[in-house]
Design a protein. Sequence first.
Length: 141
Amino acid sequence: MAMTIHVDIVSAENEIYSGPVEAVFASAVMGELGIYPRHTPLLTRLKPGEVRVLVNGKEEQFYVSGGMLEVQPHVVTVLADTAMRATDVDEAAALQAKTDAERALKDSDAKMDYAEAQVKLAEAMAQLRSIERLRKTGISH
């Protein structure tokens, strides 16, 4: 049996995933991370995007809106305002959010301020990348 590390992925609303995994992959603000059992302790901010876990040789994908990633000797914790299984991401809503954010960036009279529009655009693009990755890998849950 492969070595594992316990992972908890939680959002402000609920726990999305909890269990042993072989590896965790995430997009941190300073770059991509690969975390395996016995990883050095670490605390870092996450970008909006995917968190992937390897369970029994199969990859499971999650979308997070950003947040924090904490690595301890035997536990990895992902804390996010919004987190969901990548299969639960609503493509139509993500496309609409992308369109709204792009419009707000171009329109100086928009209801959304520039910084908020940039954040919304980054989140929508990350959701769309998650959907595209699911399609390419054929993973479903």
